[in-house]
Design a protein around this ligand. Structure first.
Ligand code: BMA
Length: 410
């Protein structure tokens, strides 16, 4: 077990802190039972603002609601797995496959999942791609102002927001997120000017994160999931374009700049690979426990129905690895993206998804966006898997909007 902290005070050793050798020696020499040592432990707990229970959240200065969310997410897993949908309130599809565009106003907010079940997804995904360009809309034409309204709406109904980022190449912003050029990360971290420019891009994200405020004025906690699917090589940060140590260093620079330099304290940080072969592969580019709150992976079901059993077996294997790592590291874990494009199997939800997610301790499973008539992952009115989804919705271990008790309450 590699818990970060143990409050029995026999092993108290915050990994994010770098002690001097002298302090280290003093720590080791101190008698475990001495009153001095107990006072020392309590003093550290007080100074670091740590709760007196197992706590492995990255940002020790996270807002009270972000800490509460983290703790409550740990607990709610015993009740089931939250269902998530990317861009759920931003747009969707009508029965005739035409698109609807969302208006996240205060009442009667639309989502394809709500139209079918009466409840919004528990988790809603958003993407910040093109914020780095200073554009008013993201790469999928969602205006950032509207995205902010969606995030507030999700927060108001008690749901969780998760934010991915498909940024253009920071070294040449005319190149998209799918720029397969090598060495971008090395060239950013090894060059002062490039690094400075990259940090300016991160500053734009910091401004956005800090603009997310609930009705009471408190910052809205979000799960930030940068540089995902890095076991693949289709993005400029992918495995084929940088070494593991370059990727880790880049991740650390990113998280440190946002949380420490720009003091963004409403983030839970998610690390998510694409499909992975085994635990060693999953951890090959893992930046460290002190930089990750939630372990995830993305996996898509392709070539159905021929691949049904292979997809299920593979997904179950990867969930088992995450469960093991999550328990060892005391971290949350989730299927951060999945889906069968155009959900072409009428019983996909109860036959394929539910057996993968039930009895696992997963926090959530998120399906990708309902973008176009030929590119959608959640059912909508009249879609062939709609009835099966209603059954999935009623199953005991799936959680939607109304299953969430106040996750932001300390
Ligand atoms: C991909 C597709 C793209 C989209 C991108 C970012 O999987 O949905 O159309 O631009 O995600 O959301």
């Amino acid at each position: 077990m590699t818990h970060n902290y143990s409050y029995g005070c026999t092993e108290f050793r915050p990994i994010a802190l770098h002690w001097s050798e002298e302090e280290e020696l003093r720590h080791i020499k101190m008698d475990h039972r001495s009153p001095l040592r107990i006072i020392h432990c309590l003093w550290l707990i007080y100074c670091l603002n740590l709760p007196l229970s197992g706590f492995s959240q990255v940002d020790k200065k996270a807002t009270a609601e972000t800490k509460a969310l983290y703790g409550n997410l740990m607990k709610i897993r015993s009740r089931g797995v939250m269902f998530g949908h990317q861009d759920a309130l931003a747009y969707g599809l009508n029965a005739d496959l035409s698109r609807w565009i969302g208006q996240p106003v205060k009442t009667d907010i639309r989502s394809d999942i709500r139209t079918l079940t009466g409840q919004h997804p528990a988790v809603v995904g958003h993407d910040l791609g093109h914020l780095e360009l200073g554009k008013p809309e993201n790469l999928d034409a969602v205006p950032f102002d509207q995205m902010r309204e969606s995030i507030i709406a999700v927060y108001r109904y008690g749901g969780i927001n998760t934010i991915s980022w498909h940024p253009n190449n920071p070294l040449d912003l005319t190149k998209t997120t799918w720029d397969r050029v090598d060495s971008t990360i090395r060239r950013i971290t090894a060059d002062r000017k490039n690094l400075r420019n990259y940090k300016k891009i991160l500053d734009k994200l910091a401004v956005f994160f800090k603009s997310l405020k609930g009705p009471g004025g408190a910052l809205i906690p979000v799960i930030f999931r940068p540089y995902h699917e890095h076991t693949g090589s289709w993005f400029w940060w992918g495995a084929g374009h940088c070494t593991p140590s370059e990727y880790k260093a880049f991740w650390q620079v990113t998280v440190k700049h946002l949380t420490r330099k720009r003091k963004v304290h409403n983030l839970l940080i998610a690390y998510s690979t694409d499909n992975f072969i085994n635990e060693a592969h999953y951890l090959e580019r893992y930046p460290g426990d002190e930089y990750v709150d939630l372990l995830g992976f993305d996996t898509y079901h392709r070539n159905a129905p021929q691949s049904d059993s292979a997809f299920t077996a593979n997904a179950k294997r990867m969930v088992a690895t995450l469960k093991k790592l999550g328990e060892e590291k005391n971290k949350l874990y989730a299927i951060t993206e999945t889906g069968l494009e155009t959900v072409k199997e009428h019983d996909w939800w109860t036959r394929i998804v539910y057996p993968i997610i039930s009895d696992t301790g997963l926090s959530y499973v998120l399906v990708w966006r309902n973008g176009r008539a030929d590119h959608y992952y959640a059912p909508f009115e009249g879609q062939q898997s709609a009835e099966d989804f209603k059954s999935f919705f009623k199953l005991p271990q799936t959680l939607f909007e109304k299953d969430l008790l106040n996750l932001y309450k300390p």
